[in-house]
Design a binder for this molecule. Sequence first.
Ligand code: ARG
Length: 462
Amino acid sequence: MAKKLWGGRFQEGTDPLMWEFNQCLSYDKKLYAVDVAGSKAYALALSKTTPPILTSHELAEIRRGLDAVQAEWESNTFEIKKDDEDIHTANERRLSEIIGSDIGGKLHTGRSRNDQVATDMRLWLMKEVVQDIEYIQGVIGILTVKAEEWIDHLAAGFTHLQRAQPIRFSHFLLAHAHSFAGDLDRMRNLLPRVSTLPLGSGALAGNPFSVDRELLRSELNMGKVSGNSMQSVADRDFVAEYLFVCSLLMVHISRLAEDIIIYSSSEFGWVMCGDAYSTGSSIMPQKKNPDACELLRGKSGRTLGQLSGFLTTLKGLPATYNKDLQESQEPMFDAADTVGKSLRILQGVITTLKVFPEKMKASLTPDMLATDLAEYLVRKGIPFRETHHISGSCIRLSEESSVPLSDLTLEQFKSVCPTFEEDVKDVFNFETSVERRDAAGGTSRRAVKEQIENLKRLLVET
Ligand code: ARG
């Protein structure tokens, strides 16, 4: 029977269910490449201590062996053994088989799986965050492309899901794009905190061979060296932060998905999801369901759950490493997987979305210009609080006489307020209403184009 790496002081075997409960190789094998990279850097640092822990021959052998280990993972030929508990023990066991344990057995000198796993997870997440940044940029990018393409389409804008004021449909798309811009910023800000090096902290008390941690940092392309060995083996704040950034991102994805679901209902008919992102019904032949959007909405719950679950795991842990911390891995992997796929699916949904501008236009009703009517009187010198009231009275009059607000006669308008003149008719133009909202961030053509340009700038920044 192969021996466990920590088996020296043990006399009896591990209960089989306990073994299964404790192992994490089934999921932390995702870390194989970063684990190899961390070990190579560590071997180099061990060859540079005074006196050196590794000779240059031993270093070369360890490097050769680690390359072979990595190649086995990559070609799917790595054979997992019964006693491989996690990726660190598996890789080290295999390294010693390939190069012999006389040399392989020196690699872990002064290192602990505690500083090793924290380093591996950070290295893995750094790549993932960079990938997420690209995917978020992809979503913002397609939203700006569609906002440009559909800039002429006017539609109802809602508050409380009640028709409120006319907007450009592009303005609605850009509203979501701006939320994603916040996510992009948060994801970028996260990177330096993920990119902190724990390696060289040992189990908790630091490294006894004075390995050059600055060398480790630069070998692993990380931003800085962690400041306290006890904290850095126990620190999973980078996971908690990632889960939060992912959760908020998923909330934004979910809200956009929900809008698409509503707008694609027959009652609206503004948009239709492409076939590639819809599914049918097993019984109702006419159905085309926006399943992609429903899954995007649904999966947000999963990531939010990972965040609250993981914070609960962290709460109350005593100082330094505790095995509870192994529970930081699956939420991180799952959130990364969910967010990566969701962003790519969302990009596809928007790319293939069909729009029906006539249906959007049909949602515009004259009462949605009641605010404009009040603003018309403001331009004639009446205080807004008063004009709001006057416009409200006009709405009541239109309701009582069963004619649309725009069809009230000048006499009827004047009966409510004598300041109304012939030009009140000009108020009832949706394009004019939209164009008036020209302050930065508004729904006029110019303001919408400005938003597009500002968002596009985020796509070239790294
Ligand atoms: N698989 C472990 C984890 O993810 C590695 C660290 C194990 N350390 C220990 N002291 N048992 O946390």
